[in-house]
Ligand binder design. Sequence first.
Ligand SMILES: [Zn+2]
Length: 251
Amino acid sequence: MTDDQLLRYSRHILLDEVGIEGQQALLDARVLIIGAGGLGSPAALYLAASGVGRIMLVDDDAVDLTNLQRQIMHTSARIGQPKVESGRAALLAINPDIAVEALQERATGARLEQLVREATVVLDCSDNFATRHAVNAACVAAGVPLVAGAVIRFDGQLSVFDPRSAASPCYACLFPPDAGFEDAACSSMGVFAPLVGVIGAMQAAEAMKLIIGIGESLQGRLLMLDGKRMEWTSIGVARDPACPVCGGAKR
Ligand SMILES: [Zn+2]
């Protein structure tokens, strides 16, 4: 680490649980963020500021005026730009020390699997069930931990699915793909802006804990936030042996 890096990351290095080794792990890490919107913005900003060495931002959308109420890495001046380019500019402005890959695409199938395989940890910051299930399946196949977050109206939720652990459920254990959950299209739903900040920042925290290897992750627990009462509920979630995604997977 250079003198500048030692200064930039000194408040991490001062933490016994992080130290030089933990900060180096962050610098060496490669994080894949699916979605550069409400959750992806705070998550990416914290990961960039914290010195995660490579951040892959995936989103096929462009910045729109209606995004700016909550998607805090975008600006009025960047309306019309690809979200991943706008995001890249924001992250590098905070920390030019890192590499940001701006991938303007809707990654699916083999391409998604390839991106997931390259990642130390994956953050699902998308806004629809089809993407969440595709990202989950790719993470299970590649054995890469997934930090999944979601926010709608005044409600948020968050969990970690870690296929490296035999006990860990996957996203599909919790929300079976064939259960027919209504895809509440975020494009037409209200979202209380600070809640995506709360959940997105927590996704960054969980990702960094996994990279450094500290504490206890949210694996096996689903955290739910009722933003109107500002009340958290934690429920235990078990692996489903009959899960169509991870049920037959070797651990
Ligand atoms: Zn499963």
